[in-house]
Design a protein around this ligand. Structure first.
Ligand SMILES: C[S@@+](CC[C@H](N)C(=O)[O-])C[C@H]1O[C@@H](n2cnc3c(N)ncnc32)[C@H](O)[C@@H]1O
Length: 267
């Protein structure tokens, strides 16, 4: 049988070989539109011509990777979810959890979500030894995360007392205070290809899987469930849903929160 490889598929193959990023796992419509807009802006006509540029120019390749892995984020994104987390989920999780209490911010972008979690732990559960592992595929956002310097828009939802305690003024910007910076470990991790940890107490993976195909999403939710310890909780983005939650052994006490049942098969 003859397989026709179209220009887009061929482009994805080059990107995968060179960078490891599998663009075919992302929804094609929106990804291809985004890439073609970049092609147009570069002033070339075809994806192949665009690839010739990326292959020879590391800076252009980094700009490209930055654009395709959309990294919009902010501190306390959807603030009501952090109230539910703090009041309803964390007290129970901490009673059952191990030491240290392990949190994973998967697809953490420039770190706002991870620092939000650390500031909640510091302010509301000061006796708890915890570890936030914050991962992303994009090295550019991870560098920004480690730097911990944010604009006024990034911190607009941060409660006033937290702002004063964990973020220090730096002109018009805010800098994460060193103790909070030390409590988060940033690492490059590709959700599509790298191994997942085990026995995690709490996972946040929000506004990441929306860009993936349904098949990839399903595979990731299975892997996240396996990464949780029994009783552990997964919080997903506020436009997302796990269609087969019960089959995975997850219950959903509140929208977007999923708890791994003790009897779940993925342990
Ligand atoms: C829209 S941001 C979400 C940030 C944060 N979770 C939030 O909700 O504010 C999506 C992040 O997912 C990351 N991402 C995309 N594909 C990924 C992959 N294959 N593995 C790990 N992270 C990925 C992007 O680099 C980007 O930083």
């Amino acid at each position: 049988m003859l397989t026709v490889v179209d220009e887009y598929t061929e482009f994805c193959r080059h990107v995968k070989t060179r960078t490891g990023l599998d663009l075919t796992a992302y929804k094609r419509g929106q990804m291809e539109r985004r890439i073609r807009a970049l092609v147009e802006r570069t002033g070339v006509q075809t994806l192949d011509a665009y690839w010739q540029i990326l292959a020879r120019n590391d800076d252009a390749l980094h700009v490209f990777l930055d654009r395709v892995t959309i990294n919009v984020s902010e501190f306390y994104r959807n603030p009501e979810k952090f109230v539910e987390l703090r009041e309803h989920y964390l007290p129970t999780l901490l009673r059952q959890g191990g030491t240290p209490f392990n949190i994973w911010s998967a697809g953490c972008s420039f770190g706002a979500e991870a620092y939000t979690l650390a500031s909640i732990m510091e302010d509301h559960f000061p006796q708890t030894r915890y570890h936030v592992w914050a991962t992303d595929v994009d090295l550019g956002v991870l560098a920004k995360a480690r730097q911990g310097r944010y604009g006024p828009e990034d911190v607009r939802n941060v409660p006033a007392e937290t702002l004063g305690r964990h973020l220090e003024r730096d002109g018009d910007y805010w800098r994460v205070a060193p103790p909070l910076r030390r409590s988060v470990e940033f690492a490059r991790h590709d959700l599509l290809t790298d191994p997942f940890p085990h026995g995690v107490d709490l996972i946040l993976c929000r506004n990441v899987v929306i860009y993936f195909t349904d098949e990839t999403k399903a595979r990731l939710f299975t892997r996240f469930t396996a990464a949780l310890r029994p009783g552990g909780v997964l919080l997903i983005g506020s436009t997302e849903r796990i269609a087969n939650a019960a089959a995975l052994g997850l219950s959903s006490p509140h929208p977007f929160f999923y708890r791994k049942e003790a009897s779940a098969t993925h342990r």
